[in-house]
Ligand binder design. Structure first.
Ligand SMILES: [Ca+2]
Ligand SMILES: [Ca+2]
Length: 197
């Protein structure tokens, strides 16, 4: 080894030892995050900022237009023949979103009605649940009146059992008084149509 080569070897050793002991921070190094995607690329944006990169600053859209139906009797169902298109949010007074009322002048008649009635609809007919049919609700055949400790039981319809809208003979059992603390029952007769819906 010549003097020149010895000098070059010493210089190389000095450079290597200086690099091994370096502790200054590297400006291009990002420390690892606690969780989420890891990167040490310079100027890497935070994960949260990337997730919310799109921000909707447009104004709230107008309320959508809808068709509303006149509800004259206030039963919550409107007349399909009387409707309007409304674009101002809340429904206009006297109008509802549901159609299907088969008699908008009689609040007893609406889709889904479960009660039955023995007085005809205001608009005529006996279809109170708006299913297109007048259905007679179960009509019991007449039974003798009997008293219980608290009242009277029995009564019912005489045959032939009437159809909706037809007059039929019916017997009811009523309390006429008390004897020894127990009710006295008597039969009462009347003619009426059966309950229908
Ligand atoms: Ca109605
Ligand atoms: Ca019906």
């Amino acid at each position: 080894m010549t003097n020149d080569t010895r000098w070059l070897a010493s210089l190389a050793l000095l450079v290597a030892s200086a690099g091994a002991g370096c502790t200054s921070p590297n400006p291009d190094y990002d420390p690892p995050r606690a969780s989420g995607p890891q990167s040490n690329l310079p100027n890497d944006p935070p994960a949260v900022a990337r997730a919310d990169a799109t921000v909707d600053t447009s104004p709230e859209p107008d309320a959508p237009c809808a068709i509303y139906y006149r509800d004259e009797d206030g039963d919550g169902f409107g007349d399909a023949q009387v409707s309007l298109r409304w674009c101002d949010g809340a429904p206009p007074a006297g109008y509802v979103t549901r159609a299907g009322d088969c008699d908008d002048g009689d609040a007893r008649a609406f889709p889904g009605q479960t009660r039955a009635f023995d007085e005809e609809r205001v608009g005529g007919g006996w279809d109170f649940d708006c299913d297109g049919k007048a259905t007679r609700v179960e009509v019991g055949v007449v039974q003798d009146c009997q008293r219980t400790n608290t009242g009277c039981v029995g009564g019912g319809w005489f045959k032939p059992l009437p159809q909706c809208g037809q007059q039929g003979k019916r017997m009811s059992c009523e309390i006429a008084g008390y004897e020894g603390g127990k009710p006295i029952c008597k039969a009462a007769y009347h003619y009426a149509p059966p309950p229908c819906r």
